[in-house]
Each structure stands twice: as structure tokens, then as C-alpha cells.
Design a binder for this molecule. Structure first.
Ligand code: SAM
Length: 419
């Protein structure tokens, strides 16, 4: 590792790894530099933007020796827009670094060191895969409206007219409105900024929470009119409201669910508790692997769609409850438990509450295993450490790249109950 001050503001650095956030990492005399825009193996000239005693943040000013894995980012907003962090790295190499950062976070935060992490399963589509994006609108001169994404770690708006990781129908909807400067007609008057979500299933595209936009007719309708989205995953068609959670990458989803299915190979007599069950995607998909599935979800609209998905697919062994997992798990578990019980946890990014782990500890002798799905590896690592204390030991770690070009990925962990 070499360092040489060239001007008071810039420093030459040799990058040796990639941080979870996508920055290149250099180490000089015990100090860690996080360098935006730099890749492992590169020698760069960087400008310090924040300096602390043990670490500094910097931006790449010049690439002196490029990495052989560096590629031209296809998106013209890359580097300014906060959505993607890895477009400048070849896709196969993104998978390599996601794997390394998962291993590192699990070991450092979760003390999970003694099991090998499976290779990261790639997305069949590294671009054009997202079925949901968040857009911000702002007033511009002459009555026009700007639309864009927020810059990284900032409230600055980066104007965009398309997004490389969004599905084509989302881009068509953005383009159409921007071209006609119709954002104003559609969304009416607003002060300051307006935050929107665009959701698509490849047929219909909705702007939330205000209006929906029909690709073919150009008609705008209120979302409350009962419009729904449909996704066929692994032969089962799911319906859901654009207002509730659905996984953003439907291309890799069948493989993710099939892989969880392989973890249930000898579970024909088991009850699968699908906690944080949403519209029933995972539980309904895997209902033929187990004796019964019991779902628990706090969002009432998602719960209604779960019931609808169970009925329309004529599934007879899935029972769903609505309520918070923290307050309802114990009651539901005591009512529904079978000889063999498996918990499937798919919480939001913040992970599971410590009080819930206490519940699992209480029933540990009756719980065969836990399957944990997470898109936030540092929180996953924290929860694995807590679950280990409660008697559940990780056996296999399977990462899936549901979010190519970004720092994020999904991880499935199977934990077995200690005898
Ligand atoms: C990551 S999503 C997973 C949904 C579902 N498993 C799927 O794959 O479609 C998390 C779900 O947990 C629900 N949720 C969040 N906090 C909850 C809580 N404390 N109790 C029950 N459900 C909760 C959310 O409404 C959301 O549907």
C-alpha cells in the first residue's frame, strides 16, 4: 500500500478491496480510506472530502491504473444518482465482491465464521429488472416540472428521463409524462417536492399514491378503483395491490423460492410459520412441500391479498393471520404448532426485534429450524448472533443478487435448532 501526497487536497491511493457501500477501500498507515468511484486493484488520485482520525472519505479524481474489471457504466446518471453503486464493475465481479462482503459482515458482526457462504446466484437480468422505483418531482422554471432520483447521501435532485435498472414499462411511463410535460396535469399542484412510486407488472404501470397510468390507452385512473398487479412466479399467479410489498426482481424470484423449497426436502409433516408473509408469495409457493403453512402479516391490505391468492390458486393448507409478529407469534404458534415446526422469517430491513428472539428461545425445543431471508447483511449478522444465543445455529448461507448494480443483495440462511 503506497501513499504520496501530490497536492494539499489530493492523495494517491492503491485500492485493495470494496466496501459494502460500493466504495474502494485503501489502507495507509492504519487509516482506512473509502474512495468513491475506485475499484479494487486500482491506483487512483483521490480528493479527501471528509477526514477523521481513523478513516477518511474521498472521491476519485483520476484513475492512474484501472482495474481489468472496470466497465463503462451504461447509465449517464451513474456517479451522481444515488440508486446504483456498482455499474462501473463487470457483473461477474459484482457477485464476487457481494460474496466477500457478506462473508466479512457475517464474521465481524455475527461471529459466523465456520460455514462456507454459497456463491451468489446472479440475476437473469442485470439491467431492466426493477418493477418498482421511487421518483421525486420538483418545480422548475416556466411552469415545468423536474423529475429525478436523489443523489447519494443528499437531498439534491438528479434529473432523469430513464433508469437502466427499471423495467421498460416504468421507463415508458416516465418518458411519456416528461415528454408531454404532463407531470403537472397528472399530479396537480404541490409545494416543494412530491415523492412518487412507480410500480409495474410489465402490463400496467401505476404512479403512487396519486394516479395510475395505462400504457396502451394513456388513460389515468385513481388507484383506489381496484386496479391490481399480477405476477406469475413458479407457475402460481399472485395478485397484489401496488400499495403493498412485492419483491422488486421477478426474474430471479422463481429460483430464490425453489432454493428455499430445497431446504424443505424432508418437511412433509411440518408446519411452516411464514412470518412477515406479505401477500403470501413464499408460503403459498411452498405449500406443497409441507403439511400446512401459517402466515402472519401486519398490513391488512397485504393480508387480504394473501387470502385472495390462497383462494384463487385453490390452496387448502395455508392459513393466514393479520397482526404484528411481536405480539401475535406466541398465540398463533401455540394454536397451530405441529409435530415438526419450521419458521420462515422475512422481516423488513430493520430485522427482528430482540423480544421476538426471546419467544423463539422459549419454544426452541419445538422448533426444528429457522429460514431467514434478509436484504440487509449487517442486520442479518446481528440477528444471527442473537438467534445463536437462543439455540439456533446457522447451517447454510445462500446469497441471491436480487438487486444488480446496487450494493444490496438478498441472503437466505437456514438455522437448525440445537439438540
Ligand atoms: C420484506 S416483506 C416480505 C413479504 C413476503 N414474505 C414476500 O416475500 O412477499 C416484509 C413484510 O412484513 C410486514 N411487516 C413489517 N413489520 C411487521 C410486523 N412487525 N409484524 C408483521 N408483519 C410485518 C410488511 O408489511 C411486509 O409485508
Amino acid at each position: 500500500m503506497s501513499s504520496e501526497m501530490t497536492t494539499p487536497e489530493t492523495i494517491e491511493l492503491k485500492i485493495d478491496s470494496l466496501a459494502y457501500g460500493g466504495e474502494g477501500v485503501a489502507r495507509v498507515e492504519g487509516k482506512v480510506y473509502f474512495v468513491e468511484g475506485a475499484l479494487p486493484g486500482e491506483r487512483v488520485r483521490a480528493q479527501i472530502i471528509e477526514e477523521k482520525k481513523s478513516f477518511a472519505r474521498a472521491e476519485t479524481v483520476e484513475i492512474l491504473e484501472p482495474s481489468k474489471h472496470r466497465v463503462e457504466a451504461p447509465c449517464k446518471y451513474f456517479g451522481r444518482c444515488g440508486g446504483c453503486q456498482l455499474q462501473h464493475l463487470a457483473y461477474e465481479e459484482q457477485l464476487v465482491w457481494k460474496h466477500k462482503s457478506l462473508e466479512e459482515l457475517l464474521a465481524r458482526i455475527g461471529n459466523v465464521k465456520d460455514i462456507a457462504v454459497d456463491p451468489v446466484i446472479p440475476s437473469p437480468k442485470p439491467f431492466g429488472y426493477r418493477n418498482r422505483v421511487g421518483l421525486t418531482l420538483m418545480h422548475a422554471a416556466k411552469g415545468k416540472i423536474r423529475q429525478g432520483f436523489l443523489a447519494r447521501d443528499s437531498h439534491e435532485l438528479v434529473d432523469i428521463d430513464s433508469c437502466h435498472i427499471a423495467m421498460p414499462t416504468i421507463n415508458q411511463a416516465i418518458n411519456e409524462l416528461a415528454r408531454k410535460n404532463e407531470m403537472k396535469n397528472v399530479f396537480g399542484d404541490f409545494f416543494g417536492r412530491l415523492k412518487l412510486e412507480l410500480v409495474t407488472d410489465g402490463q400496467n404501470t401505476f404512479f403512487l399514491p396519486w394516479q395510475s397510468f395505462d400504457e396502451k390507452t394513456g388513460a389515468r385512473t385513481k388507484p383506489d378503483e381496484g386496479k391490481i398487479l399480477r405476477e406469475k412466479i413458479g407457475g402460481i399467479e399472485f395478485e397484489f395491490s401496488p400499495h403493498v410489498f412485492f419483491q422488486v426482481n421477478s426474474y430471479l424470484l422463481p429460483q430464490l423460492i425453489a432454493s428455499i423449497g430445497t431446504l424443505l426436502a424432508e418437511s412433509k409433516d411440518a408446519c411452516l410459520f411464514d412470518l412477515y408473509s406479505g401477500v403470501g408469495l413464499v408460503g403459498v409457493s411452498l405449500s406443497d412441500r409441507v403439511k400446512k403453512v401459517v402466515g402472519l402479516e401486519e398490513n391488512k391490505l397485504a393480508h387480504q391479498f394473501a387470502i385472495r391468492n390462497i383462494k384463487r390458486n385453490k390452496i387448502e393448507n395455508v392459513y393466514v393471520y393479520t397482526g404484528r409478529v411481536e405480539s401475535q407469534f406466541k398465540k398463533v404458534f401455540l394454536k397451530q404448532k405441529a409435530e415438526k415446526n419450521i419458521l420462515l422469517l422475512d422481516p423488513p430491513r430493520g430485522g427482528i426485534e430482540a423480544s421476538l428472539v426471546e419467544n423463539f428461545k422459549e419454544f426452541q425445543p419445538e422448533i426444528d429450524s429457522i429460514i431467514y431471508l434478509s436484504c440487509e447483511p449487517s442486520i442479518l449478522a446481528r440477528d444471527l448472533a442473537r438467534l445463536k444465543q437462543a439455540g439456533f445455529v446457522p447451517e447454510r448461507v445462500m446469497p441471491f443478487d436480487l438487486f444488480p448494480q446496487t450494493q444490496i443483495f438478498e441472503t437466505v440462511v437456514i438455522l437448525k435448532s440445537k439438540a
